[in-house]
Write a protein that binds this ligand. Structure first.
Ligand SMILES: NC(=O)c1ccc[n+]([C@@H]2O[C@H](COP(=O)([O-])OP(=O)(O)OC[C@H]3O[C@@H](n4cnc5c(N)ncnc54)[C@H](O)[C@@H]3O)[C@@H](O)[C@H]2O)c1
Length: 320
């Protein structure tokens, strides 16, 4: 598709999805107004785009600062003849907390950057599109808006609001030649500026008598971290090593463990019989309300007293 003679404004363009959009738009011949807080990465993208013939303007700024947003849009539109396509991509998402632990300030930040950043750029750029009777607003939302990401209520809500904004504004301006859409990506590979570890460490070698030796100083490998365990610093993966659990699980299964989660009846847990040796057990309760663990092959029933609880780590997810 040729975008020659069109001007596209992309926010959060320095890295990741925004950067990929900038390159695609450049390949299609659009002039670009690129905005990001990260001036250094923005300039290196500008360098890379020099091989294309179209014009590229870069602006450093915070999308949640309306005064700066108005300035950027006004200046860019003046130099490049308006704004035809707006990609509201800038967003923050790397934050995982249980709902009750999300600081109020963080709620405000997510709304300010993700929702209000989108509102501000749309508010500033829409008049140029309406004037020409043609425009495209593309809001980068997330699957979190539709399904809700666990331990990301603030992020999910900020993206849900973007979807509602999209629907309402589309009804208002589509007849005037401006379409408004959201895209809801699932997980996209981390970009080069990632500051969190999306991988989790896995430990565990076969021990005596079917036990697993979990030595936290000897990482066996890293695996992609299951959603919900990201940024939980104590979480780890444990190799099953042997055919525990009555052949129910393949020998090479990896159990993802969250030591902060309380263990209760029905759970699978890693039970440390000493500092490093562990048994994988299923937690049960007898008629007297006494907890016990069952392991198989060799079969064993382990009575669990209250002071055993710190030695039990709950398995929250399994990779077969
Ligand atoms: N990566 C994913 O898996 C994924 C999935 C669904 C949705 N998304 C959404 O896609 C968009 C881009 O994601 P990404 O993974 O490429 O992100 P990223 O963190 O790799 O890049 C985001 C860019 O936005 C910039 N930015 C952040 N806050 C800003 C602000 N206040 N003002 C100006 N610039 C700011 C950053 O400097 C960075 O360059 C985000 O809106 C994100 O929520 C990402």
């Amino acid at each position: 598709m040729s975008l020659e003679n069109k001007t596209a404004l992309i926010t959060g363009a320095a890295v990741g999805i925004g950067r990929a959009c900038a390159i695609l738009f450049a390949e299609d011949g659009a002039n670009l107004i690129l905005v990001d807080m990260n001036g250094e990465k923005l300039e290196s993208l500008k360098e890379e785009l020099k091989k294309y013939p179209m014009r590229v303007l870069t602006y450093t700024g915070d999308v949640s600062d309306y005064a700066r947003v108005s300035q950027i849009v006004e200046d860019g539109a003046k130099k490049l003849g308006g704004v035809d396509i707006l990609v509201n991509n800038a967003g923050i998402w790397r934050s995982w907390h249980d709902f009750l632990e999300i600081p109020v300030e963080e709620w405000k930040k997510f709304i300010d950057v993700n929702l209000m950043g989108t509102v501000y750029f749309t508010r500033a750029a829409l008049p140029y599109m309406l004037e020409k009777g043609w425009g495209r607003v593309i809001n980068v939302s997330s699957v979190a808006a539709v399904y809700g990401n666990i331990r990301m209520a603030h992020y999910s809500a900020s993206k849900g609001a973007i979807n509602s904004l999209t629907l309402a504004l589309a009804k208002e301006v589509t007849a005037k030649g401006v379409t408004v859409n959201s895209v809801c990506p699932g997980s996209v590979s981390p970009s080069e500026n990632d500051d969190i570890d999306l991988m989790i460490s896995v430990y565990g070698t076969a021990g005596r008598n079917g036990d697993v030796v979990i030595n936290m100083e000897e990482e066996i490998k890293k695996m992609p971290c299951p959603v919900g365990l990201q940024n939980k610093k104590d979480a780890y993966g444990a190799n099953l090593c042997t055919r525990r659990l009555g052949n129910l699980l393949p020998a090479r299964s990896v159990l993802f463990v969250d030591p902060q989660e309380p263990v209760s009846v029905g759970d699978i847990a890693v039970y440390y019989s000493n500092e490093m040796e562990a048994k994988i057990i299923s937690v049960r309760e007898n008629e007297q309300g006494q907890l016990y663990g069952v392991r198989w092959n060799p079969d064993e029933k382990i009575l669990l007293e209250n002071d055993d609880m710190p030695r039990l780590h709950r398995v929250v997810s399994i990779n077969l």
